[in-house]
Design a protein around this ligand. Structure first.
Ligand code: AMP
Length: 426
C-alpha cells in the first residue's frame, strides 16, 4: 500500500513509526512531517490546507490511503474533498468532525440521545450568558464553541473568573470560535481518555490513557497541549469501558448515523469518571497527542490492517490485540512553553537515548545546518514500555536523561497517579 500521512507532530511520528512496521506498506509519504518522521517516510512539501493540491498529489503518486492526524484539516473537510476525488481516507467527514469542531453540537447530541455529560447552556450573546452564570454560580466551566487550540476552556472557581472568561469569548479573544459559548456544570472525579476506531456503524474500543495537561510537577501551572501520558488508564476497568460503550459511545454512533453524519475515524472521548459513572467532557475526532504515542507502543496488531478495516466498514469483524505492558511518554518542551518557546537550540544524543523499549518521537524539531534543533513548544516525546507504569516511567526518564538539551525541560512526575496506585496495591 502507498500511504500519505497528514500532520507534523509527535502523534504523527508515532503513526508513521507504526505504519512503517506494516508488511502491507510499500511507500509512506508524510506532509509536511518533521525530521523524526523523515526516517520512516518521505517528506513532501504540500500545503495541506489546499485540498485540491493534496488530491492531485495522491492521484499522481497512486496513494491507496490517506491518514489524517490533526483535527484542523478534518474540520476543514479534507476527508470529504479527498473522497469526492475517489481517494480512500481514514478520518471523519466535516459533518462528523463537528463532534470536535463544535462543543454546542456535541452537547445537543448528548441531550437528544441521553448521553451523560455536564448540564449546560448554549449562548450567542454576552447578556444571556451572564444571567445563566450568575444563576448557576461558581465553580462553573466556560467554553468557546469552536476550535481554540486547547485554550478556549476556563474552569472558573469564582464568579468574577467566570464572568471574565465570558467577556474574553465575546470580545473576540478566540475569534469565530468564541462567537458562541457553552457554559457547563463543574464535574468532579478522575479524568480518562478513551479511544475507539469507528467505521460509521461500529465503534471498536482502542485503548485508554491518562494525560497531564498542566505544565508543572504536581499538576500545577498553565494548561498545555499535554506534557505526558500513560496507557492503560487504571480507572478504565473492563466494567467502566462497558458502561462507556453502552452509555456514551454507542448512542453517539447511532445519533451521528441518524443525523446523516455517520462517524468514521478515531473517536476520542475525554471522560470524567464521577461517582455516578462516566460522563463525557468532550469529544475529539482524532488521536490525542501525546496519547497516540503510548497507544502505538502498546498496539500489537498491524495498524494499517485496522485502518483499512475502519475505512472499509469491517470493524464488526475485527478484534485488536494489545501488549501486556504499560506505556508512558514524557514530553520534552522548549523553555518558554506554553508561552513563547525559544527556538533554534541544538539537541544532541537523541538516537543514543532510544532502544531497549524506549522510542523517541519528534514533535517540534527541525534540522539546521545538519544539527537537530528545537522548532516548537513540545519538541520530543520520550516513550517507553514497562511491565508496570512505574517501570515504564523509570525507563522513559532514563532515556530522557541521556538527551543533551540544556534549553529543554520536562515534568518529572508523569504517571504519578498510576505509580501511586501500583505502590498502594503492591
Ligand atoms: P476540554 O478542552 O473540553 O477537554 O477541557 C479542558 C479541561 O478542562 C478538561 O480536560 C478538564 O480538566 C476541564 N474541564 C472541562 N469541562 C469540565 C467540566 N464540565 N467540569 C470540570 N472540568 C472540566
Amino acid at each position: 500500500m502507498r500511504v500519505l500521512l497528514i500532520g507534523s507532530g509527535g502523534r504523527e511520528h508515532a503513526l508513521a513509526w507504526k505504519i512503517g512496521a506494516s508488511p502491507l506498506l510499500t511507500k509512506l509519504y508524510a506532509a509536511p512531517g518533521n525530521p523524526g518522521i523523515g526516517s520512516d517516510a518521505e517528506l513532501v512539501k504540500l500545503d495541506i490546507a489546499d485540498h485540491a493540491a493534496v488530491a492531485a498529489f495522491c492521484q499522481e503518486k497512486k496513494i491507496d490511503l490517506v491518514v489524517v492526524g490533526p483535527e484542523g484539516p478534518l474540520v476543514a473537510g479534507i476527508a470529504d474533498d479527498l473522497r469526492a476525488a475517489g481517494i480512500r481516507v481514514f478520518g471523519p467527514s466535516r459533518a462528523a468532525a463537528r463532534l470536535e469542531g463544535s462543543k454546542g453540537f456535541t452537547k445537543d447530541l448528548c441531550a437528544k440521545y441521553d448521553i451523560p455529560t455536564a448540564a449546560y447552556g448554549r449562548f450567542g450573546d454576552l447578556a444571556s450568558a451572564r444571567v445563566y452564570v450568575q444563576t448557576m454560580g461558581a465553580p462553573i466551566v466556560i467554553k468557546a464553541d469552536g476550535l481554540a487550540a486547547g485554550k478556549g476552556v476556563t474552569v472558573a472557581m469564582t464568579l468574577p473568573e467566570a464572568l471574565a472568561a465570558l467577556d474574553a469569548c465575546f470580545d473576540g479573544s478566540f475569534g469565530q470560535a468564541g462567537a458562541e459559548v457553552v457554559v457547563e456544570e463543574f464535574l468532579t472525579g478522575e479524568e480518562a481518555s478513551f479511544f475507539c476506531l469507528c467505521d460509521g456503524v461500529t465503534a471498536l474500543p482502542f485503548g485508554t490513557a491518562q494525560d497531564h495537561k498542566r505544565v508543572g510537577d504536581g499538576d500545577t501551572g498553565p494548561n498545555t497541549g499535554g506534557m505526558g501520558a500513560y496507557s492503560p488508564a487504571p480507572v478504565m476497568t473492563p466494567e467502566m469501558i462497558d458502561r462507556t460503550m453502552r452509555e456514551i459511545i454507542e448512542p453517539t454512533m447511532r445519533g451521528m448515523a441518524e443525523t446523516g453524519a455517520p462517524f468514521s475515524g478515531v473517536l476520542f472521548a475525554g471522560l470524567m469518571i464521577t461517582d455516578k459513572g462516566p460522563k463525557l467532557i468532550e469529544y475529539n475526532t482524532r488521536f490525542g497527542d501525546p496519547e497516540c504515542q503510548v497507544l502505538m507502543m502498546r498496539l500489537k496488531d498491524d495498524l494499517l490492517v485496522l485502518l483499512n478495516a475502519a475505512v472499509d466498514g469491517q470493524l464488526a469483524h475485527t478484534s485488536i490485540r494489545w501488549r501486556e505492558e504499560a506505556a508512558l511518554t514524557v514530553v520534552m518542551a522548549a523553555r518558554g512553553y506554553p508561552g513563547t518557546p525559544e527556538k533554534g537550540s541544538v539537541i544532541r544524543g537523541v538516537e543514543e537515548a532510544a532502544g531497549d523499549g524506549v522510542e523517541i518521537f519528534h514533535a517540534g524539531t527541525a534540522i539546521n545546518g545538519g544539527a537537530l534543533v528545537a522548532n516548537g513548544g513540545r519538541v520530543l516525546n520520550v516513550t517507553a514500555l514497562g511491565k508496570t507504569v512505574g517501570e515504564a516511567q523509570k525507563k522513559a526518564y532514563a532515556g530522557l536523561d541521556r538527551i543533551d538539551w540544556p534549553q529543554g525541560f520536562c515534568r518529572r512526575d508523569i504517571g504519578w497517579q498510576a505509580v501511586a496506585r501500583e505502590k498502594a496495591g503492591s
